[in-house]
Design a protein around this ligand. Structure first.
Ligand code: COA
Length: 242
């Protein structure tokens, strides 16, 4: 039984092992068995890679809330709300759900993705607001996904690699941090529902550091909106005459 199911059913709570690292204990307590050295290292590196990333959407949300002089818990709650969206931290979950669907239907991954693109859909795990070359975090996650796949099940890595190649050739879009974290986490035995919470347990170090920095020299964050509509607004028509 996977760790998450076991946890939900309140069974066999596993005690931590002091000889293991934080990441190793996480996997031990989740899956009920001691992780391999590769698995432990992979999660450790993934947690480090996700810890902070400048002024991304969730960090900005945390700063906006902190800047009103609300409290730390509210700032982190704002951040979690922003992180969950599929254009931000929810993207790795969306990637994995896509891989599961391709697998279930027995479709060719490239054909599946090409159909989505033809229907003007975006492919989760590709593109980035800041990086126009490869997201440097993706380089490490690709390697982890490949290494883990070699010792367990290479299926998710192989499907991902085909999609990545196609996206590069067709759309000139690179994989971002979320693309290979999906296959990495699944090969580690992590349930998809835990992807965003795992992102959050790592990113909380970045969020809290940003909140402290904001409060050290605080000013309310209040952007202005620029009106770009017609120069003379339409005449007001009373509701009963519309
Ligand atoms: N799949 C297909 N096309 C994509 C794409 C994707 N993942 N990401 C960007 N594009 C295309 C857009 O359709 C657009 O094409 P157009 O100019 O022909 O309209 C062009 O690339 C620019 O896209 P845009 O949405 O303006 O880029 P952005 O900087 O505003 O958006 C993201 C960045 C991350 C929101 C966007 O790449 C995306 O939605 N990616 C998928 C979600 C994801 O993985 N999020 C995690 C980010 S770490």
């Amino acid at each position: 039984m996977a760790g998450y199911d076991r946890m939900r059913k309140g069974k066999n709570i596993v005690e931590p092992d002091r000889s293991l690292s934080h990441a190793g204990n996480f996997l031990l307590m989740l899956n009920g068995e001691k992780p391999s050295a590769t698995a432990e290292k992979a999660l450790d590196v993934a947690l480090i890679l996700h810890a902070d990333h400048e002024l991304n959407a969730s960090t900005f949300a945390a700063r906006v809330t902190a800047a009103t002089l609300s409290d730390m818990h509210s700032a982190i709650t704002s951040a979690i709300g922003a992180l969950k969206g599929p254009l931000h931290g929810g993207a790795n979950e969306a990637v994995m759900r896509m891989l599961f669907e391709i697998d279930k239907k027995g479709e060719d991954p490239v054909e599946y993705v090409s159909n989505l693109l033809n229907n003007k859909k975006k492919i989760s795990g590709f593109g980035h607001r800041v990086y126009h070359t490869e997201d440097p975090r993706a380089t490490h996650l690709r390697q982890m996904s490949r290494d883990l796949g070699r010792s367990a099940n290479p299926k998710w890595y192989e499907m991902s690699a085909k999609i990545e190649q196609y996206m590069k050739n067709e759309k000139h879009l690179n994989a971002n941090v979320d693309f290979y974290s999906a296959s990495t986490y699944t090969t580690l035995g992590i349930d998809v529902d835990l992807f965003t919470p795992i992102f959050a347990v790592s990113r909380i170090s970045g969020w809290t550091a940003h909140v402290i920095e904001q409060l050290d020299d605080n000013r309310l964050i209040r952007p202005r909106a620029e009106y770009i509509g017609p120069p003379y607004p339409n005449r007001y028509v009373p509701i009963d005459q519309r």
